[in-house]
Design a protein around this ligand. Structure first.
Ligand code: PLP
Length: 402
């Protein structure tokens, strides 16, 4: 019955990730469609009133309302859980909906959270501004140093939260060391794995408890829709995460879920080719700019650790120029092919100046402390021929005197 193989974990778990990304979670209707259907429906009809009552009582399997369940969204959830090696996953309307929900669902007044200092700007807003408003204390540490994580633990510490590689400075957190420290102290680790994707790095294998995603980035991969995902144990997803999201409603639309399902079909191809392209571009840029950070280059201060945890360096690199904002903006303006855009994970090469865009909402002090300087630029290397990207940079660097 090939119709249902995508749903049979005893089969799908034996597949390699590239196969899981194409076929995992697929449910075919009686029409036998090859491409997954988009179930654009907000509600579901029952055969009889007793069935409706049984479903609400949790005594009958089935859907009740698309804030809670939707067939297209469920296919995506199963595919992501499979790729991650997690028991379960739930999708959300955006990456930030996933991050907000995964923290608020398990933290209460009086609890304490420790977070890595290098993080996506909105994640820093959650830890620095939102959580303290509700009486949840937060401590920010240099995520690269396991001793700082250990030293920050208090009796009421509930969660460790970090990205690796981190946005936009590409700090690497030692997953095995930090997750080990958390385990020992009974603390839950939440890893934002947007930069690596489950194809390059599986935090659960290193002892993480929960992995959260902006699926907007590499998973869609073509800059079309916003989406998020949270992966963990069945128990965490059902009892803790769903209890929060089913009532607060950060639900992913069926259409957007379908777009991400299509994106996942090419994730293995894209992430590997884009990582290769990023390495070529990084090698070209390294001698031309004062500082270039890319986890795949031996010059990255944590290169060895990065390559231990990751299959490849990923699509993002960071450049530091000496001429501050003027030179950074000058380089952006001189590029003809590479777009000025703050998105990442796209098949297009995109570059942004974090200090004046993604991290502009943070104070200059916080920016400096996490390495987001005025001369810093973040580049997402796409699927274009790398020589075209290199030639674009060669011309633009000359235009700003480099
Ligand atoms: C983009 C991003 C987010 C937020 O995701 P959205 O889908 O834009 O809401 C969170 N964490 C990281 C590391 C990101 O790159």
């Amino acid at each position: 019955m090939k119709k249902h193989t995508g749903q049979d974990r005893s089969i799908t778990q034996t597949w390699r990730p590239a196969t899981q990304a194409v076929r995992g979670g697929t449910v075919r209707s009686h029409f036998g469609e090859t491409s997954e259907a988009i179930y654009l429906t907000s509600g579901y009809a029952y055969d009889c009133a007793a069935d409706a009552a049984a479903r609400f009582a949790g005594e009958q399997v089935g859907m009740t309302y698309s804030r809670l369940q939707n067939p297209s969204v469920e296919m995506l959830e199963q595919r992501i859980a499979l790729l991650e090696g997690a028991e379960a996953a739930r999708c959300t309307a955006s990456g930030m909906a996933a991050m907000t929900a995964v923290l608020l669902c398990q933290l209460s007044q009086g609890d304490h959270l420790v977070a890595g200092r290098a993080a996506f700007g909105s994640c820093r807003w959650l830890t620095d501004t939102l959580l303290p408003r509700f009486g949840i204390e937060t401590t920010i540490v240099d995520g690269r140093d396991p001793d700082q994580w250990k030293a920050a633990i208090r009796p009421n510490t509930k969660v460790f939260f970090f990205e690796t590689p981190a946005n936009p400075t590409l700090d690497i957190v030692d997953l095995a060391a930090v997750c080990g420290i958390a385990r020992e102290a009974g603390i839950t680790t939440v890893v934002d794995n947007a930069f690596a994707t489950p194809l390059l790095q599986k935090p659960l294998d290193y002892g993480a408890d929960i992995v959260a995603y902006s699926a907007t980035k590499m998973m869609d991969g073509q800059g079309r829709v916003l989406a998020g995902a949270v992966c963990g144990t069945q128990e965490f997803i059902e009892k803790t995460f769903l209890a929060f999201t089913r009532n607060t409603g950060p639900t992913l639309s069926a259409f957007n879920a379908w777009v991400v399902l299509k994106g996942l079909e090419t994730l293995d191809l894209r992430i590997r080719r884009q990582s290769e392209n990023a390495l070529k571009v990084a090698r070209f840029l390294e001698p031309r700019v004062p500082t270039l950070l890319y986890p795949g280059l031996a010059s990255h201060p944590q290169h060895e650790l990065a390559m231990r945890q990751m299959d490849a360096g990923g699509t993002i690199l960071s450049l530091y120029l000496d001429g501050g904002r003027t030179q950074a903006h000058g380089l952006l303006d001189a590029l003809q092919l590479v777009d000025i855009s703050n998105n990442i994970g796209d098949s297009r090469s995109l570059m942004t100046h974090p200090a004046s865009t993604t991290h502009a909402g943070l104070s200059a002090e916080v920016r400096e402390s996490m390495g987001v300087t005025e001369g810093m630029l973040r580049l997402n290397v796409g699927l274009e021929h790398p020589d075209d990207v290199i030639e674009d940079f060669d011309r633009a660097l000359k235009a700003v005197g480099l």
